[in-house]
Structures are given as structure tokens and as C-alpha cells.
Design a protein around this ligand. Sequence first.
Ligand SMILES: [Zn+2]
Length: 164
Amino acid sequence: MSQGIVINSLSFARETGSLQGDLPIASLTRIQDKLVDSAGCLSYRVVGGVGSRNRPQLMLQLDGVLSVCCQRCLEGIDYPLEVRSLLEFVDDEDDLTQEEIEDDSRDFLPAQGEIDIVALIEDEIILNLPSAPRHESCALPETVQGTGKISPFSMLKDVRVKAE
Ligand SMILES: [Zn+2]
């Protein structure tokens, strides 16, 4: 389980609360299977506010570098994470106008009292990570063009050596 940071979203928004700090990447349990390395920290900032129709809002800011797994060579890729999200809580999704649904500057969530900021941060990271990250060019022999003499078996051997 992640260590939670629980706030009451309604009073936090009304009182324009703010929270910031650093979270060890290793503590974000729900994203570990997408990472090659969980060293380091992410910095976060959450600011409360009230939106246009008196709805509670949270502005969420995340910065850090995540080591995601290249889908071709399985080595790490440093992925700079930079999230700026505006989350607005609605009592009833049917209240949303078409214009609001199409508004990309905000995301709508069902209204809830207590929310766990760490869970929210994990959700945002999962939404923002590339689904199939790849190096622009991997350091595998197969990317060497022109020789045409590399057998698939020698490539496999190289992968094994790398993995050890
Ligand atoms: Zn790669």
C-alpha cells in the first residue's frame, strides 16, 4: 500500500489549501510495474480552489523523471514527467454540459469528501505515461545497419549479457 495523504476535498478547495512536497517514487506502488528503476523522488503540489459553477477544484502539479521500460530493448528510458491537471468535482455527471465535457483544460471527477492525494497522483501518472515507450534508437545490434551479418543468436547472447 502507498502511504496515503488524505484531505477533505471540499474544505481543502473552499479554503484554497495547498500542499506540496516530495514523494519517493518507490512509494508509488501502483506504477512500479511500469518502471525499470524506482530511485528518486517526484515533487508534487496540490492547490485547492472553487470553479465556475461553485464546484471544488484541485490543481495538481507533478514534476520528476521516471525510468520507464523501453518496449524494444527493455532498458530504462528517462521520461520527464510534467503534469499540470485541473480536477473539478461534480455531484452528478449528468450536470455536465457538452461544452464542459469537451473542455480539455479540466478533468471531472465524481464529488467525494475524503480523497487520498497519493492515489490521485498515481492515477495522473498512469494517465500521463506513454503506453509503449521506446528509445529513438536502441543500443541493440539489430539497429546496426549495413553489415547484414548479425545472426539472431548473437543478438540473443548480447541481450543475455546485458541482463546479467
Ligand atoms: Zn530501447
